[in-house]
Design a protein around this ligand. Structure first.
Ligand code: GLV
Ligand code: MN
Ligand code: MN
Length: 413
């Protein structure tokens, strides 16, 4: 069968994305589907319904990863896998993650309708807790599956209310029986919005990442001395929030200080007792450092850690540091990257080679299987926000590139 003229159904892709966007919809036009929340469960249920309609074999592992398998001519061969994540940030967007899952669903529907006889099985996947917003760290579903994170350690991770990951996974009914353990994968594709400004600025349709930057996460806990703000003189205070404030600015200044290509962010802070007339005595904040150069990111951390320790000392606020998570930078498979580029060109779309600054499950997948990603523009470069948006024609274009990449890999003997 000549597949060159095969195209996905853009209207159907849009309809599935719009249907999914109703689950956890926020008043500002985004979605909130935090990992293992009720909204995550409802979106998973709908996803599974759609997989069943196509007659796929459904597998759910003990990390809650959902796989749907479409048989090929030779089911002994390692499958082609494609997918992303259904969970979102708090007040997140309607495209991050879900585009890759629905784009793969649309790819499978197109292949199914065309009656294409492919050699290898094709597996669609929804990875659990890619965001790491409710339960840190991120990408734990793929991380455990790839053998890079310990399942029982992840089960013990807690959200801000002290709820455990393992209990919540069971609670939404998605703790499957199958152990989350990797099996051989012939090729892994992940289709995603760019989440940055590059493609939009260049007015380019398809982004072809050569890999993903490293991601390093840290948790900082500070202790101060609480007291009445009125009678307590300024001298001699141990104000944990002031110590945190100084530290946060050091993080912000880090990329300029270190040089090279790096970003560093404090995005989450918890202050206690959080009363306007009590000197803060407990602060917890997070640090996120990313670079293509792992060594530079580590040197940056060591530098800022020294600053943290001297600020803590000067302010009399004992500090506890957790080195929570590190994922090395990930170069993708050159052949698959070339395939993405070639398909973008063959389909007549403009394309651009780049690096992903956002983390993706493709990071862990790339450590165990040939991997590549396909990006489409984020309007105004905005993501992890309710106004996150991508043109429908770009969603369709990216899915067409995915379709042809998946078909070509699935036809390989
Ligand atoms: C994942 O969403 C990330 O933090 O890049
Ligand atoms: Mn994502
Ligand atoms: Mn995200």
């Amino acid at each position: 069968m000549d597949t060159t003229s095969l195209r996905i159904n853009g209207a159907r892709l849009r309809a599935t994305l719009e249907e999914m966007a109703k689950i956890g919809a926020t008043p500002g036009g985004g979605v909130e589907r935090l990992a293992l929340s009720d909204a995550d469960r409802r979106a998973r249920d709908l996803f599974v319904t759609w997989l069943k309609e196509m007659g796929l074999e459904i597998m759910i592992d003990d990390m809650g990863n959902i796989f749907g398998k479409k048989s090929g001519r030779n089911n002994d061969l390692p499958p082609v896998m494609s997918g992303s994540h259904i969970d979102s940030q708090p007040k997140g967007g309607r495209f991050d993650g879900i585009l890759g899952v629905m784009g793969t669903l649309e790819t499978l529907r197109t292949i199914h309708e065309a009656g294409l006889d492919h050699e290898r099985p094709i597996v669609i996947v929804d990875w659990t807790n890619e965001e790491g917003s409710r339960f840190a760290p991120a990408m734990v579903g793929s991380g455990v599956w790839a053998g890079r994170l310990e399942r029982d350690w992840v089960y013990q991770r807690t959200d801000v209310h002290g709820n455990k990951f393992g209990v919540e996974l069971e609670g939404i009914g998605y703790k499957g029986k199958l152990p989350a353990e990797r099996w051989p994968v012939h090729a892994y594709y992940e289709y995603h919005i760019e989440q940055g400004p590059v493609l939009d600025r260049l007015r380019t349709t398809i982004g072809v990442p050569k890999g993903i930057v490293c991601l390093h996460w840290y948790d900082i806990h500070l202790e101060g001395t609480a007291n009445q703000v009125g009678p307590t003189p300024m001298e001699g205070r141990n104000d944990a929030l002031c110590a945190a404030a100084e530290m946060i600015l050091k993080v912000n200044a880090l990329p300029a200080k270190m040089g090279g290509n790096m970003v560093a962010t404090v995005g989450e802070i918890h202050n206690a007792p959080n009363s306007r007339n009590i000197i803060p005595d407990r602060v917890h904040f997070t640090v996120d450092i990313r670079s293509w150069d792992d060594e530079l990111a580590i040197r940056a951390w060591e530098d800022v850690k020294r600053d943290f320790e001297s600020i803590a000392e000067a302010r009399g606020c004992p500090i506890r540091i957790e080195e929570t998570w590190r994922v090395q930078h990930t170069p993708f498979d050159e052949n698959l990257v070339k395939r993405v580029l070639d398909n973008a060109r063959a389909l007549g779309y403009s394309s651009h080679s780049m690096v992903s600054g956002a983390g993706h499950d493709a990071s862990y997948m790339s450590q165990v299987a040939p991997t590549a990603m396909i990006f489409v523009p984020s309007i105004g470069g905005r993501s992890h926000v309710e106004v996150e948006d991508t043109r429908w024609e770009d969603c369709e274009a990216g899915a067409n590139v995915l379709l042809h990449c998946v078909i070509q890999s699935a036809l390989e003997k």
